[in-house]
Design a protein around this ligand. Sequence first.
Ligand SMILES: Nc1nc2c(ncn2[C@@H]2O[C@H](COP(=O)(O)OP(=O)(O)OP(=O)(O)O)[C@@H](O)[C@H]2O)c(=O)[nH]1
Ligand SMILES: [Zn+2]
Length: 293
Amino acid sequence: MNILKGRIIKGIAGFYYVKTGNGVIECRARGKFRIDNIKPIVGDIVDIATLNNIDGYIIKIYPRKNELARPLVSNVDQAVIVFSIINPKINKLLLDKMIVVALLNDIEPIICINKIDLCRREDYEEILNIYSRIGYRAFPISYVTKAGIKELKDELSGKTSFFSGPSGVGKSSIINSLQSEFSVQTGELSERISRGKHTTRCVELIPLNNGGFVLDTPGFTSLNVDVDIENLKYYFAEFEQFQKNCRFSTCIHENEPCCSVKKAVEEGLINKDRYLNYLILLKELRKNQKRRN
Ligand SMILES: Nc1nc2c(ncn2[C@@H]2O[C@H](COP(=O)(O)OP(=O)(O)OP(=O)(O)O)[C@@H](O)[C@H]2O)c(=O)[nH]1
Ligand SMILES: [Zn+2]
């Protein structure tokens, strides 16, 4: 009996496909998990027991760093948030929302502006600069010219990432170009699954040859910013250096007097659009709260 550590990259009808140093092994969960009410999910780091390196049993699930509900997946490190400047036009409010949702889930955002072949350099650089000044990684990409693809790939190395962004911005195109460069090691697995009778679409982690994993379906399909109103400010990283100087420690930088964040906005030290989006999110949170009460 071999005990191997691995990662669940796919789950179908009670079978879990675990990527180990000895290849992908088809596993069932031990009955014990059902008794403890723990169900393995894609993304879990597990120990398995196998006799033949073909099939085996999951015997241990390591503690999860995080867990997303839709799609159901664990241990995600990064969200690659993709927008295009045009076709479709960028929605900066949605972009800022996605950053907040990522941070709430303990996931690092990476911002990508795709389709830079369709717009002027100044247009995308202006937006990317807003985010890189705050400290986020931000990349210009063109799936068509392949600009920025290598830089993005380097960022995915050794991490588990998913792509997020509105329809039509080029998420699948980018994922495909990552795959064609990397030798994707799921061929054997896909073949085995396609012979089966399961046709339901399911979440899959695609192993990259630089030690990273990419989720094949977009994350954050439902965007619910779920945070207390007074805590939203902590998810706008650029406020941090100013808010300690606000008169009130409880300042949410809205209507309070002597607010250093508002002052920084007026002085151009904080991007005004980001601040206005923050105010919109505050209003949305209030509205949701009322609806619940
Ligand atoms: N000009 C240009 N077109 C692109 C680029 N990337 C993707 N496209 C095109 O944009 C369209 C949408 O691309 P997809 O990859 O399907 O977009 P998606 O984000 O996966 O969309 P959904 O599956 O609806 O979420 C396709 O026609 C692509 O060929 C790019 O960098 N430049
Ligand atoms: Zn303030």
